[in-house]
Design a protein around this ligand. Structure first.
Ligand code: GCU
Length: 616
């Protein structure tokens, strides 16, 4: 029986525990390099030189008889891991100074203090259990190593939905919080805490109104006390006026007024205030077709552009819905030029296979970052996919997404195929290049495959309500969440152009025009933006309904082919999880295929041109 200690994710070659307790990133770098070079044995020592002003950046060079790493306080550690990875991958050293594109690269844990993880698919929390802290320090250091090796520098500990007793992390449980922060500090990782906007109410004030001076003073004192214990705390993360969480709206105040008040409390300590923009009406009447959920965030935040304090970061999910398989970029990324933005990704595969089905995210992120242009945001965040399971991410291949998140945060121009291959080589010990090629192809194609057998062409939300795994085409249709496909016997989708809900008008040109016109709208997003009849002609001449049927048959066949490939790969200790999960994935794919095809067949009455089996 293997334990987490045998499972070292992509740094498989680093087989030792970081047993000494390093105090600084420099000490971590020294220990890692000493142990690595003893095994690697190319006879060259590594000379480290710290230049404080270099901060997180570093430079690597190779002289005749030694390697040199010059870097700032954390840069020196990033340089050490970069050298180790370059040597393992047999790559030449990167030239010139290496610096991260985004100063904040944040992992958001959705861990509850009960030990459960909201939308967690890899077991229980790594640090909470039974309403208390509970962790293995060696494992936390191993986590630090993993995150530092790809440059993640902030981790929020508790769920954005702050449930009691997590409020205590900021006072009663503060000494314990500080201890965990101390364990991660030598890896250049700072912690962040999610806070509840109504906390003053729970601590004896009769209001949480952000414009009440007593409230502002209360938060200031709280922040002073926290930063005294954790001087490098990164800041607070807030989900407010979202899905029943308390917020400034209860007092008739705007999100800027709410965020700015908190921002002023943390500013003297160098903290940031991360405010999530995931705000919409989750009590919508499904009969009301004038309200359209994707429009909501732009309506709320665009008028507030330029009014946030300097240390506020508005954290925006990549798409305007909620981490769906395919969404266009949120229009907020284009509509807030005077606000610091973070893009929020979701490594936890809530809607993308729950770490059972394979869904490698880098191809999707490549598209998102290409549409975005890297300078529109200042930070990246991702909902964590980690948990206490031995293999950390439930599905061993889900570790690729964590690895890739760090790499994209450092360099959003990262090339996907090279990244996937780096991860494979650092993770597995394949002796045949054919095996690497086969796995790289499976991972590259995995999102397309998943997309084909689930909701068609950007339609979203055809998942089982609540748990979000498996098909349920009308599961969210008559609910309050604003998640409708409005499929009937003639047509499917919602018209989000100027003739419909007007959502496409939130984009600047040329995107607005591109999405609004069925001729130029990417076909994968056709039903995100348009309501179309089943006999609508796709570019290749097929009808829409035929394309839906074809995608579902193909997606399922592709999943079955993946299974054949994976059954032959030498995956070592990962074999059990991978094989068990690919069987569940192919079952899931067949279920999706049959439910979706039957649903549309019953509605449209259209026969499959290829006469394949559709159930009635
Ligand atoms: C999704 C998810 C919730 C989560 C929310 C959020 O809606 O299902 O569990 O709380 O996103 O991002 O806050």
């Amino acid at each position: 029986m293997s334990t987490w200690k045998d499972r070292r994710v992509w740094l498989r070659a680093l087989t030792w525990d970081i047993s000494q307790e390093p105090d600084t990133p420099l000490e971590t770098a020294e220990e890692e390099l000493k142990r690595f070079m003893a095994v690697y044995q190319d006879g060259r020592p590594v000379v480290l030189e710290t230049i404080e002003e270099m901060g997180e950046s570093y430079r690597l060079s190779q002289e005749d008889k030694e390697y040199h790493i010059t870097g700032g306080r954390t840069g020196i550690l990033y340089g050490a891991y970069a050298l180790i990875q370059a040597l393992l991958l047999k790559k030449s050293l990167p030239e010139g100074v290496q610096a991260p594109c985004y100063p904040l690269r944040m992992l958001n844990s959705w861990d509850n203090m009960s030990g459960e993880i909201e939308r967690g698919y890899a077991g229980r929390s790594l640090w909470f259990e039974g309403d208390a802290f509970s962790y293995d320090p060696a494992r936390i250091r191993q986590l630090g190593r993993m995150l530092a090796s790809v440059g993640v520098n902030v981790i929020s500990l508790n769920n954005v939905n702050v449930h009691a007793p997590a409020q205590g992390l900021t006072d009663r449980l503060l000494p314990e919080t500080a201890k965990l922060a101390a364990l991660l500090r030598p890896f250049g990782i700072r912690i962040m805490l999610s806070v509840d906007f109504s906390l003053p109410l729970q601590r004896g004030l009769d209001t949480a109104d952000p414009l009440d001076p007593r409230v502002e003073e209360w938060w200031k004192q709280l922040a002073d006390g926290i930063w005294e214990k954790i001087p490098d705390l990164a800041g607070f993360l807030v989900k407010a006026d979202s899905e029943h969480r308390p917020g400034p709206n209860a007092y008739g105040r705007t999100h800027a007024e709410g965020a700015n008040m908190l921002a002023r409390a943390v500013a003297p300590h160098g903290g940031v205030l991360v405010w999530r923009a995931f705000v919409y009406n989750c009590m919508q009447d499904w009969r009301d077709s004038s309200t359209d959920r994707p429009c909501a965030a732009y309506h709320i935040y665009h008028p507030l552009d330029g009014t946030f304090e300097e240390n506020v970061i508005l954290q925006v999910k990549y798409g305007p819905f909620d981490f769906q398989v395919r969404e266009p970029l949120s229009p907020l990324f284009f509509g807030m030029p005077n606000t610091r933005l973070a893009m929020e990704l979701q490594l936890a595969q809530e809607y993308t296979g729950q770490q059972i089905d394979i869904f490698a995210m880098p191809p999707m992120w490549r598209e998102l970052f290409d549409d975005l242009g890297k300078e529109r945001i200042r930070a990246v965040a991702a909902v964590s996919n980690l948990g206490r399971d031995d293999c950390w991410t439930g599905h061993p291949f889900a570790a690729l997404n964590l690895y890739a998140f760090g790499r994209f945060g450092w360099d959003p121009d990262t090339e996907v195929d090279a990244l996937i291959r780096d991860w494979i080589r650092l993770t597995y010990d394949f002796s045949q290049i054919e095996d690497e090629d086969a796995l790289a192809r499976v991972l590259q194609e995995s999102r397309k495959t998943y997309e084909k057998y689930t909701a068609p062409l950007g339609l979203c939300w055809m998942v089982n309500p609540n748990n979000h795994y498996g098909p349920s085409p009308y599961g969210y249709e008559f609910q309050a969440w604003g998640t409708y496909n409005r499929a009937d016997r003639n047509a499917v989708g919602i018209d989000r152009t100027g003739n419909g809900t007007g959502y496409t008008d939130q984009y600047p040109a040329p995107l607005a025009g591109k999405y609004a016109d069925t001729d130029t709208c990417p076909e994968e997003l056709l039903l995100y933006f348009h309501r179309l009849p089943y006999d609508y002609r796709m570019k290749d001449g097929r009808t829409l309904i035929q394309r839906i049927y074809d995608d579902h048959f193909e997606g399922c066949e592709e999943a079955e082919r993946m299974q054949d490939i994976l059954e032959k790969l030498p995956l070592g200790e990962d074999t059990t999880e991978v094989i068990e999960r690919i069987h569940r994935q192919t079952d899931n794919a067949r279920e999706w295929r049959d439910v979706i095809n039957t649903f549309f067949h019953r509605l449209s009455g259209a026969e499959d041109e290829k006469n394949r089996k559709i159930y009635d």
